[in-house]
Ligand binder design. Structure first.
Ligand SMILES: *Cc1c(COP(=O)(O)O)cnc(C)c1O
Length: 341
């Protein structure tokens, strides 16, 4: 199969329209069969629930080419499960998890020419999402929904290697203690936009959000979970019911324990302890791990020992092992990688 004529190594993280997308509609209490379509435009009422009351949720995963030339996706069953959990919290109908995986396969198969070749660092990013589409003016959930998956090729997250970033402890909150922080809802991003624009204006790459209830515990950034490494090489990640359960972070914790033989802990992490960690990274599908070099907290700085030039040694091993499994260079012990024919 011929690949599209795209300069894969110089792609950015932007939207490029691809050939096919999957659409399924929910009406009268049932999902239809769904189909691949060409049209990337959506027509809806000006009063659609998603436009007025932000009833929308999404997922993100990648398809890519392995070293031996297979086209694969990584743990799509967890995206299916997480979307179902998001649906329940948002009073939206669950899209069946097996049908979700089928739809992912259909979209990748139909757009294989857009899956970047091995070694370019680029990937095909898939964006499944669901939203309430019928007119709603009195506040209540929609009755009609669309579930869609589109895809777009994206460039390597770090061009020329992963440089550590600088983040700040935010004065804004991301998620309320019994709110929607644990689901992947557009509303969590809408309210983070002012905080990230503010952080960027001040010269920081990202925000570290603390728990909104006590402002003493580490939660996450706007779109990635934290991993810390202690001075005796234990891998620690914050536990909270207002953190979005990152599939990358959950996979890295298993990699740490089962591939690298490290001790792992998922527990509450107080901000006061952060200065004692040896390494810090941000986990998510986009970058796998972004190393954090420095945390700025109201005039004080926490600088991690690996400095601002390279990842810490444990972070690097975690990164190399997970990307090795994804790219087919390291044995996939747990059946995480799913081939798309
Ligand atoms: C999507 C997301 C992540 C990362 O999750 P992955 O499944 O690893 O991509 C982390 N935090 C938030 C708030 C997210 O929306």
């Amino acid at each position: 199969m011929d690949k599209k004529n795209i300069d894969w190594s110089n792609l950015s993280f932007g939207y490029i329209k691809t050939d096919k997308r999957f659409v399924s509609s929910y009406k009268n209490g049932a999902w239809d069969e769904g189909a691949l379509i060409d049209d990337d435009m959506i027509s809806m009422s000006e009063c659609a629930c998603v436009l007025q009351y932000a009833q929308t949720i999404f997922e993100g995963l990648k398809a890519y080419t392995t070293e031996d030339g297979r086209t694969v996706v990584f743990r799509p069953d967890l995206n299916a499960e997480r979307l179902a959990n998001s649906s329940r919290r948002m009073e939206m109908p669950v899209y069946p998890e097996d049908k979700f995986i089928e739809a992912v396969e259909k979209v990748v198969s139909a757009n294989k020419a857009f899956v970047p070749p091995y070694g370019t660092g680029a990937t095909l990013y898939l964006r499944p999402f669901m939203f309430g589409i019928n007119p709603v003016i009195g506040v209540k959930p929609a009755e009609e929904f669309q579930f869609r998956i589109f895809c777009t090729p994206v460039g390597p997250y770090f061009k020329g290697g992963a440089k550590p970033i600088t983040i700040k402890v935010s004065d804004f909150d991301r998620a309320a203690p019994n709110g929607t922080g644990f689901i992947k809802a557009g509303l969590n991003y809408a309210m983070s936009l002012h905080a990230i624009v503010t952080a960027h204006k001040e010269g920081f790459d990202e925000n570290m959000y603390l728990d909104a209830g006590t402002r003493t515990k580490v939660e996450e950034t706007g779109g990635a979970n934290f991993l810390f490494v202690t001075k005796d090489n234990k891998v620690v990640t914050p536990k909270s019911n207002s953190i979005l359960p990152s599939i990358t972070r959950r996979s890295l914790m298993i990699v740490a324990k089962e591939y690298l033989g490290l001790e792992v802990e998922e527990r509450e992490v107080y901000f006061d302890e952060v200065k004692d960690f040896a390494e810090c990274g941000l986990c998510g599908t986009a970058a796998v791990i972004s190393p954090v070099g420095k945390i700025y907290d109201h005039g004080k700085e926490i600088c991690f020992p690996a400095g601002m030039e390279k990842m810490g040694p444990v972070t690097q091993k975690l990164y190399d092992t997970l990307t090795g499994i994804q790219m087919g260079r390291i044995e996939d012990k747990f059946g995480w990688v799913r081939e798309i024919k």
